[in-house]
Design a protein around this ligand. Structure first.
Ligand SMILES: [Zn+2]
Length: 415
């Protein structure tokens, strides 16, 4: 079985998702939602610290409203579900911003967050549960500012929050950068992104944070003291769970990083130790190995904590249990992080022939100079199947056309 077939089999066998009667739409089951609740709980805390409020906006957007930002509408047009003059939200700018227009009179900045589902009806690529669903869950946050600088700072701050979540909690290494002009969020002035390279050596776009400039505020007439406001928006999706499964699992099942695991210590006939374990998340789990619970506390000849990642059994006493469990959880988190960093090598090819050979061998993703021309990126995609994921500053030559450039780019096939 190839990587994707193994992944599909695992997410179903571990009870995260199952197929539904709707094409390209999965049933997200209890264990999947428990992980999502850990992710949204972290984000909710960080967003509230930054002054965001929570709201829920309608699922539908009048198509006429959506068309007011032409690039935005065009960019999403192929993925829209439309009925009775309403589109099902693929993202919520054009239903949220008309409301923010009223809220501006109470002052800026405005920072609003919602957790919801969105629909992007993918008619060409096959569905892959949690990685590419026609309907999926996400977090989207939107801000309004009086100045360009404040909105740009906000976009960078949100990317940092996502990096903390993805690297610090999910133990998935990311590459940060800007999306090239031909891959911007439709309507954005620029898009910042975190990409992660999976063991299949395919890239997953993990998080995006967009600086919208005044590109929405002008057509929608969102003004503050007579000037169009400056905006940013940001989001992550249930894809994060799919990427975590791809990154951390083995033949026996899932391996959940302790900081995100809904249950950190599975109690196997040891429920009487629940209080001893204090603030750690504990529970009784059927098949904790398949489900990826980081530690199992069992009682044989003596009390034992068994690590999911290594299978190592560590004897404990009632007195040493809480400190040992906490230490092992941190060790597992660290071990998963280190293993993930070592899993997928990055290659820096010296010339285009080497770039093509490496791409064909599928054993590394690549960093190389890029001149900024879309036709160079398209030709590279054509020649190698690798698409340009993100760019960052770096001097050198374009790997394909040899033109001098001040930016480098990450190339990999993508989900
Ligand atoms: Zn070039």
């Amino acid at each position: 079985m190839d990587h994707d077939a193994r992944y599909r089999e695992l997410v179903e066998r571990a009870g995260l998702v199952e197929a539904s009667v709707v094409p390209g739409c999965s049933v997200f089951k209890e264990d999947c939602l428990a992980i999502w609740a850990q992710i949204t709980g972290f984000l909710d805390r960080r967003l509230k610290e930054k002054g965001f409020t929570t709201a829920y906006f309608p699922l539908f957007i009048p198509e006429a409203e959506m068309k007011k930002q032409a690039d935005h509408y065009e960019g999403f047009r192929k993925e829209l579900m439309v009925a009775d003059g309403l589109v099902v939200r693929p993202t919520s700018e054009m239903v949220i911003y008309p409301t923010l227009k009223r809220w501006i009179s109470r002052g800026v900045p405005i920072k609003v967050n919602q957790f919801c589902s969105v629909v992007r009806w993918e008619r060409l690529k096959p569905n892959l549960p949690l990685i590419r669903d026609n309907e999926f869950l996400w977090q989207e946050s939107h801000t309004v500012h009086a100045t360009r600088e404040e909105a740009e700072v906000m976009a960078r701050e949100m990317l940092a929050v996502y990096k903390e979540l993805i690297e610090g909690l999910l133990a998935i290494p990311t590459v940060a950068g800007a999306k090239p002009p031909h891959r911007l969020f439709p309507g954005a002035e620029y898009t910042l992104a975190l990409e992660a390279i999976m063991p299949s050596v395919k890239s997953v776009q993990m998080a995006t944070s967009h600086f919208l400039g005044q590109r929405f505020s002008r057509p929608l007439d969102l003004t503050y003291h007579g000037e169009p406001v400056w905006q940013s928006c940001h989001g992550v999706t249930t894809r994060l769970i799919g990427a975590m499964v791809m990154m951390h699992s083995d033949a026996r099942g899932l391996i959940l990083p302790p900081r995100i695991a809904p249950v950190q210590v599975a109690l196997d006939g040891t429920e009487d130790y629940r209080e001893t374990l204090g603030p750690l998340r504990t529970g009784v789990v059927d098949d904790p190995v398949l489900k990826g619970v980081p530690l199992v506390l069992s009682r044989g000849r003596g009390l034992t904590l068994t690590r999911r990642d290594t299978g190592e059994a560590v004897p404990v006493t009632e007195a040493t249990l809480p400190a040992t469990a906490a230490r092992l959880l941190e060790e597992i988190q660290q071990a998963l992080w280190e293993r993930a960093q070592a899993r997928v090598p990055m290659h820096a090819p010296a010339e285009y022939g080497e770039f093509i050979r490496t791409a064909q061998a599928h054993h590394a993703y690549q960093r190389a100079g890029w001149c900024g021309a879309v036709n160079c990126a398209s030709a590279i995609k054509q020649d190698t199947g690798s698409s340009l994921r993100v760019t960052s500053p770096g001097t050198g030559q374009c790997i394909r056309c040899r033109a001098p450039t001040d930016q480098s780019a990450i190339f990999a096939p993508a989900y």
